[in-house]
Design a protein around this ligand. Structure first.
Ligand code: KG4
Ligand code: ZN
Length: 352
């Protein structure tokens, strides 16, 4: 990289799921451009179809990269580092981004930073505010909750270049629980916003779900167990049984009650572990990321927490490439041609 790192610009690509993303970010964390193309094609299947996602990334990625450069008013000549999501995610989708990044970097003999997607979500908190007056960079240490369609993670962030996993989901992700619940209730995909809308008219105390404060075996302070790991699969099964029991009576008011109670149980499950983790770690700041951070009920409950809560703007919470560029500023860089042999990883964590 150029000797004058303060003027360095990072071009980042993120294609781990169904969003084709590219961004330009400077070394101080100012977002110069952040282009996201969401693939609406998956809606009709009720979930992301990996093969279709890869094909769309291939069609879109060059256009999105060109748009990111153009919106930042720069050319590839002014880029000092190419960053890309290496994993975890859909392997075919990741490979499209990784190959594109390798080709761009190799063509200019630029260094390349391979970024872990979850480290990217954490590093969204290290970006400068998108608008003047809005909250910007959050410095470690803090507790970070990432709740999206693919991940649910509680991490202690003590440095800029890593995190300690305190808890993660043992089965479905929180967003996936929203999506699957919405599907059972006959709502669209992605299910989170639709389920939230239906829940607004319902009573969150109408039905008891495992993990919810209303459930007889629950206990706000964790009588059930005191792990920091999450589990949402039981909730989904419970919703299925409730729907079966209700039969014809499952629509209208009862559907709203079900949605409200189901949502409350997901949020409760997140909040109990967040509170527990804050207590145990002694951390005083909480950052929240991932698509579920948009949930109104979760936000209401977060506002009641004693801790200082930092939620980046929605475009930086959901999948985006600016967060990948942000992480790249603090991680390792590979020089040409070392990165040409890099492979993507679908699951599992890199040591961090
Ligand atoms: O971070 P994200 O955009 O990316 C993926 O994981 O792909 O998260 C999407 C997830 C979906 O599961 C969606 O249903 C959920 O976030 N989500 C919400 C809300 N908005 C999005 N869940 C609950 N309430 C919302 N308002
Ligand atoms: Zn994500």
């Amino acid at each position: 990289m150029s000797a004058d790192a303060s003027r360095a610009l990072v071009l980042a690509i993120e294609t781990s799921c169904d969003d084709t993303c590219a961004a330009v970010v400077d070394w101080q964390g100012h977002v110069r451009s952040n282009v996201i193309s969401s693939q609406g094609v998956h809606e009709r299947f009720g979930g992301v179809v990996p093969e279709i996602a890869s094909r769309h990334h291939m069609q879109l990625v060059n256009v999105i990269v060109a748009a990111a450069l153009q919106q930042a008013s720069v050319t590839l000549d002014e880029i000092s580092l190419v960053a890309v999501t290496q994993g975890p995610g859909l392997i075919g989708a990741l490979l499209v981004g990784l190959s594109t990044a390798k080709a761009l970097a190799a063509a200019r003999r630029l260094p390349l930073a391979a970024v872990d997607h979850l480290q990217g979500h954490v590093a969204a908190n290290f970006l400068q505010a998108l608008e003047p007056g809005k909250s910007g960079v959050l410095e470690p240490p803090f507790l970070c909750l990432i709740a999206s369609g693919g991940h649910t993670l509680l991490a202690a962030v003590r440095d800029h270049d890593g995190f300690e996993v305190l808890g993660r989901t043992l089965d479905d992700a929180a967003g996936e629980a929203f999506d699957k619940g919405a599907r059972m209730l006959g709502l669209g995909f992605p299910g989170g916003p639709a389920l939230q809308r239906l829940a607004e008219a319902g009573d969150p105390r109408a039905f008891a779900f495992p993990g919810s404060a209303e459930h007889p075996r629950a206990g706000r302070r964790g009588a059930l167990h005191d792990s920091l790991d999450f589990s949402f699969a039981g909730l989904k099964t419970s919703l299925l049984y409730k729907l079966k029991e209700l039969g014809e009576a499952r629509s209208g008011e009862r559907a709203a009650d079900l949605a409200a109670s189901y949502q409350a149980a997901i949020v409760e499950s997140l909040m109990v572990r967040v509170e527990r983790a804050l207590e145990r770690s002694g951390l005083e700041h909480l950052a929240v990321g991932g698509g579920v951070a948009a949930n109104g009920e979760l936000r209401r409950r977060l506002a009641e927490l004693g801790a200082a809560v930092h939620v980046p703007p929605a475009v930086l919470c959901t999948d985006n490439a600016a967060m990948i560029a942000s992480a790249a500023r603090f991680g390792a860089q590979l020089e040409y041609p070392a990165y040409l042999t890099l492979d993507a990883y679908a699951t599992g964590e890199r040591a961090m």
